[in-house]
Write a protein that binds this ligand. Structure first.
Ligand code: SAH
Ligand code: F3S
Length: 484
């Protein structure tokens, strides 16, 4: 066991910053992440790899020996944000000339060595499957040479790396279960930046969760671009499963089985997962969710559009009708289920009638939450190569606003459904608006705020919901829940 010193900022009781430092480490790493939860988790893996190389994390850019930025390419705006951050690093480097700068993640993979030409401040470019090579790459950089590794892998899952939890509340954590995506939605850059889909050994997933439980974590979110497609058959790419031996096929573990294993093995731990893809989600998963109290009743189930014509153009492998059937079946099995969406407004060729289909699909489902975007063409995708980005920006923005407005109405409808009920909440931190209130989430993933009284971070508490806004429930604790 390596020696770990826990640094808890006592002053911020309730939103304790918990980092793991090794006493003997002398170098300082400043690492920040943009984009999806997978990036946040990858940064924790990177911090763990570099912790073995003499680096402890720091919150101060000015003190850092090494600055790493984990980047996102999903929309143009995400890339612009990172470019602006690099300008900030330029400024910091004036006061701290020894500082080296590395770019990780999807932009690194997309732009490769071009990054070194375009951004003079960058010394190091590392793609999402090459983090194990960081010690060698950093040696190169320390010797004054630029270093790049953007090789995508068939089997890298970082299964044996125990992540250093960054900016953690000490209560909830992410555990990656799959990497990459094979779906090739025509608008999406992820299959190009994160490579082909592969799953992680369930044993190493269970081990990681066990170590989180020992450190007193209470909630785990299983992460992947497409968790429902999880399939462990001894290693290798998902697309090569058909070539596996009969034995490997017979003993393969799918997502429903993995979820069942996790929830059974750790009955006191709460489980969430993200993201689900409608074409890969089976009702087996819903039955497993119904069976276990400790699996949260919430699914993020992006659909992108309610129009069959758009779904086809996007290469989503299901129709509007199949999606609605799936939703109806989910509500039949678990009536209290909360669902959320991702929507894209103004994809290539979208008409007003297509947009109306999106709005009326939303009326049917009444999602609890939504993540909504205007279409942003990404270089290298099939849509960029073969389709015209023909919807004027003004139209995209107007349609997006209509989608957002409708979602707000539905969010309020959903939060109002909770009022008057007693719900189990896991305390995750102090409310942003009031030092005297805790915040946590109910099983449906809605934020609940209530007076602190004598409860503590990480407690499972029953809260009587008294009022709500479209995003937050307000209530009062009535005691510990039986899970506590
Ligand atoms: N399966 C992934 C999806 C990643 S992308 C996951 O784990 O969430 C997240 C969302 O970004 C997508 O669901 C989609 O709604 C949006 N998105 C992806 N590419 C986009 C693009 N080119 N323009 C606008 N939005 C996009
Ligand atoms: Fe992207 Fe579609 Fe995969 S949105 S991450 S290609 S499921």
């Amino acid at each position: 066991m390596r020696e770990v010193e826990k640094v808890i900022d006592e002053k911020k009781q309730g939103k304790a910053l918990l980092t793991e430092h090794k006493k003997e480490n002398t170098k300082k790493l400043f690492i920040e992440s943009y984009g999806c939860q997978m990036n946040m988790n990858d940064s924790e893996i990177v911090a763990a790899i570099l912790s073995e190389q003499g680096f402890n994390t720091t919150q101060s850019l000015e003190d850092a020996d090494l600055v790493l930025v984990n980047t996102c390419s999903i929309r143009e705006k995400a890339e612009t944000t990172v470019r602006n951050r690099l300008k900030k690093y330029n400024h910091a480097k004036k006061h701290n000339p020894k500082m080296k700068v590395g770019v990780l993640g999807c932009m690194a993979e997309r732009l490769k060595a071009k990054f070194l030409e375009e951004e003079k401040i960058v010394d190091l470019v590392v793609g999402p499957d090459a983090y194990r090579d960081l010690p060698n790459l950093i040696e190169e950089v320390e010797a004054g040479r630029d270093a790049v590794n953007v090789i995508l892998s068939k089997d890298e899952t970082y299964g044996d790396v125990s992540p250093v939890r960054l900016n953690s509340n000490g209560v909830s954590a992410f555990v990656s279960i799959t990497r990459g995506c094979d779906n090739m939605c025509t608008f999406c850059v992820v299959p190009f930046t994160r490579g082909r889909e592969r799953s992680r050994d369930p044993k190493s997933i269970i081990e990681e969760i066990r170590s989180m439980e020992e450190k007193n974590f209470k909630e785990i979110t299983l992460l992947g671009q497409n968790v429902d497609s999880y399939l462990w058959y001894g290693g290798g790419l998902k697309k090569d499963f058909s070539k596996a031996s009969e034995m490997a096929k017979a003993t393969a573990v799918d997502f429903a089985q993995l979820l069942d294993m996790c929830a059974t093995e750790f009955p006191k731990m709460r489980f969430r997962f993200s993201t689900s893809n409608p074409q890969d989600m089976t009702l087996d998963v819903i039955h497993v969710m119904a069976k276990h109290k400790n699996i949260c009743k919430y699914i993020h189930l992006p659909v992108q559009s309610g129009s069959n014509k758009m779904l086809k153009a996007m290469n989503r492998q299901h129709t509007r009708e199949e999606y609605m059937d799936l939703i109806d079946n989910i509500y039949k099995i678990i009536p209290e289920m909360a669902l959320s969406q991702d929507m894209i407004a103004g994809f290539c060729g979208e008409t007003e009638a297509d947009h109306e289909d999106t709005l009326n699909l939303m009326e049917h489902v009444k999602y609890s939450f939504g993540f909504m975007f205007a279409y942003s063409e990404r270089p290298g995708t099939l849509a960029a190569k073969k389709m015209e980005d023909d919807i004027p920006l003004e139209t995209k923005k107007r349609r997006l606003q209509e989608i957002i407005n409708l979602q707000q109405k539905h969010s309020l409808y959903r939060t109002q459904e909770h009022v008057g009920k007693i719900q189990e909440v896991l305390i995750e931190g102090t409310s942003k608006k009031s030092e005297n209130h805790w915040k946590g989430r109910n099983t449906q993933n809605t934020v609940v705020v209530f007076p602190k009284e004598n409860y503590q971070m990480g407690d499972f508490v029953n809260v009587k919901i008294e009022d709500c806004t479209s995003t937050t429930l307000l209530g009062e604790a009535v005691g510990y829940s039986e899970n506590n």
